[in-house]
Write a protein that binds this ligand. Sequence first.
Ligand code: HEC
Length: 166
Amino acid sequence: MKKLLVIFSCFALVVGCGTGAGSDDSVNPGVTPGAGTKTETKTASGNPSYDPDRGQGKFNNDNVKVGETLDAAMASSGDKIYAVKCGSCHKLSDEKLVGPGWKDVTKRHTAAWIMNFITNTDEMLDKDPKAQAQLEICLVRMPNQNLSDQEARDLYEFMRKNDGVK
Ligand code: HEC
């Protein structure tokens, strides 16, 4: 119970910092500014510059291009990858299997967040408040799926299709 309280207060801290700091996507190669000086803002991750909209990884709003309409070829490739690598844990409805159902997943997270999460799962589970909240519910750590950048993009397009993009 006490642990739960700590987790909640940490989450509040992270959210508070997120809104105050603004989400300027400047490059942050793991350097913590002012690490040597006195620190007052310590988040659950110990990384005050973490951007919860983008997550942690190689993808951001500049290098992920998402069209207005569906790219059917990418979505169909994503469908095939889903069947092999994801379907054992994720349903396409809102029902939880091992992991959360994928319905509306593209509305819960940005494209960059999803692509970072599925290519950099371990680090995101260590740092991201939303991913950690799911882990609390699912009690299973999603294993890294060793996806290429293109596979991650195809899967994102398939998720958009599942969420009704035409
Ligand atoms: C062994 C089961 C398992 C497999 C296989 C798996 N996942 Fe997951 N996934 C999870 C769990 C469990 C979570 C919730 C976070 C956690 O507990 O690690 C999750 C979370 C997610 C989320 C965030 C969902 C949300 O609503 O916040 C996405 C996106 C995701 N997985 C994508 C994928 C993709 C893409 C694949 C296939 C390449 C995949 N997963 C394969 C178990 C799995």
